[in-house]
Design a protein around this ligand. Structure first.
Ligand SMILES: [Zn+2]
Length: 251
């Protein structure tokens, strides 16, 4: 069953994105060429930018510190459910190919994306996850879910971008996307802050994305990290404050 995009409340960060003819906002990780988005594909360049800058794969705006969300299904959804139920950590998690996003953006995507609205329709590159011990007698379901994880890390391999998620902190399961409506409405109800604008390099310009990734890689090679940058910024601010205080004293 496909849900019409206009019937689903849209997170504000997504409402600012370019749309396709049907009204679907085009995710930040979707590649563009010839002025057209290629929905079925995922850009490794855009994915890497989002991962390096801690941006949501769907809306392209920054993700706050704390948990990040992704869609899970099949064995992964069951393993996450078991981990949360039993308190046992997830170990040897297989690499994911799709980056994390905001809770609201992931719930919204699960509702409107034709690939995701039914667990059976979902295309998936996920393989298996291993748990230390599987307790007997826990129910197995056919459901998919939106899972929150405490962290993520990633690496570039010959096979592409590999993303590893930390420990699960939440799982919202569903069988049909429509079941997520109340969850999405509740999430949006406390989404008061206006989102930061998405940078141009994660809108419809793949050349800008390519240039940006090259810049990020160069900066990382030269020892620049967001944390280092923040430290620098703080030091600069402290110095300005000290200068100002000194000037005031001298007056
Ligand atoms: Zn988002």
């Amino acid at each position: 069953m496909t849900i019409r995009p206009e019937t689903v409340p849209m997170p504000r960060a997504l409402a600012a994105r370019p749309r396709d003819a049907r009204g679907y906002p085009i995710p930040a990780i979707t590649p563009w060429s010839g002025g057209q988005p290629h929905f079925a594909e995922q850009s490794s360049i855009r994915t890497l930018i989002c991962l390096m800058e801690r941006r949501c794969a769907v809306c392209g705006t920054p993700m706050a510190r704390g948990p990040v969300w992704r869609m899970v299904d099949g064995d992964t959804a069951e393993a996450v459910a078991l981990s949360l139920e039993t308190g046992k950590p997830l170990i040897r998690a297989a690499a994911a190919a799709e980056g994390p996003g905001h809770r609201a953006c992931m719930i919204y995507s699960a509702m409107v994306c034709p690939h995701l609205t039914s667990p059976h329709a979902r295309r998936s590159r996920e393989t298996t996850l291993a748990l230390t011990e599987l307790p007997k007698g826990l129910p197995r379901g056919q459901s998919a879910g939106i899972a929150g994880f405490d962290s993520y890390r990633f690496q570039l391999t010959a096979l592409g971008v590999e993303i590893y998620f930390g420990q699960p902190v939440e799982l919202v399961t569903y069988e049909q996307g429509e079941q997520l409506r109340a969850e999405l409405e509740a999430e949006l109800a406390h989404d008061h802050r206006a989102p930061q604008p998405c940078p141009a390099y994660l809108l419809d310009d793949d050349d800008a994305a390519r240039t940006t990734l090259a810049r990020l890689v160069r900066a990382e090679r030269d020892g620049w990290t967001p944390a280092a940058n923040r430290r620098l910024e703080r030091a600069r601010k402290d110095r300005r404050r000290a200068d100002k205080a000194a000037r005031r004293k001298n007056r």
